[in-house]
Design a protein around this ligand. Sequence first.
Ligand SMILES: [Zn+2]
Length: 337
Amino acid sequence: MTDALASAAAAGIHCLPIPTPFQVGRVNCYLIDDDPLTLLDTGPNSGTSLDTLGLALAAHGRVIEDLELIVLSHQHMDHLGLASILARRSGAEVAALDLLAPWVARYGEAMESDDVFAARVMTEHGIPEDVRLALLAASHAYRALGAACTVTTPLADGATLTFRDRTLRVWHRPGHSPSDTIFHDERRGIVLGADHLIKHISSNPLISRPLDVPLGDDPPDRPHALEIYLASLRATRAMADVSVVLAGHGEPVTDHVALIDDRFKGHGRRARKIRRLLEDGPMTAYEIAGALWGTVAVTQAYLTLSEVLGHADLLVADGRIVEEVGDDGVTRLRAAG
Ligand SMILES: [Zn+2]
């Protein structure tokens, strides 16, 4: 156990790594041994995860039925899949960002809308039909790893969650997903950061359907996910009283300012690389992803597309590139000037 995890444990916060079938590996859920007895994030909706979670709770002398509060950090299935089963078995309240509550209440429908939106973004940016269909099929296959659940305690941005021994301040930090929420124990300097900031990988600012557009309605425009994410990172960088960020994957972050500065540098480098590629002529975002990452771009096409479009948004805002929609309905990026 790292020193940071040991001191979190001394403060009653225990990391419970739960397996997922995703490339990212285990998801870190956190047991907050307080009143109410709380679990932050649940792991995906699978027997293996439920089993592992049961064993992990037992190692702390607890069972699922003891849980009194389940807190959700964001909408990804590896974080919330078991929420409904755990809440039913324990009678626990479920707390999540207010914006997320309607989404998770209608999980199946919400995932379908998200996929329709993603398919539109993929078509507009030149992802070929076979790749698009393969990605949608994969999304369908994974869908049951999440599940609908009723949020009984919707949380506003800036609100607090009060326990016997601590208070957690709730901050909305969208970017990696539209619902990313972090929880700050100001007195102890501990942030439960989930996927907002991960030490060993740069969190992907995935282009997702905005939560404030009613399900069934077509969102007018795709969100500028990277700009949104960078604004969230700036807000986190400016936070005082942070000694550790307990992440949703991997090890705790003990110097969040240095890590965030590093992320900003990485993004600057990538934007310059994309601008250089366009000196040879206009390209679709999909072609740029292929040039940057080769075959990885096929299996992770949506992820890398999101990444390219995020940087394209920054370059467009700076006037260094322009977006043009061709007669074929596909958007191409062109160097400006
Ligand atoms: Zn996530």
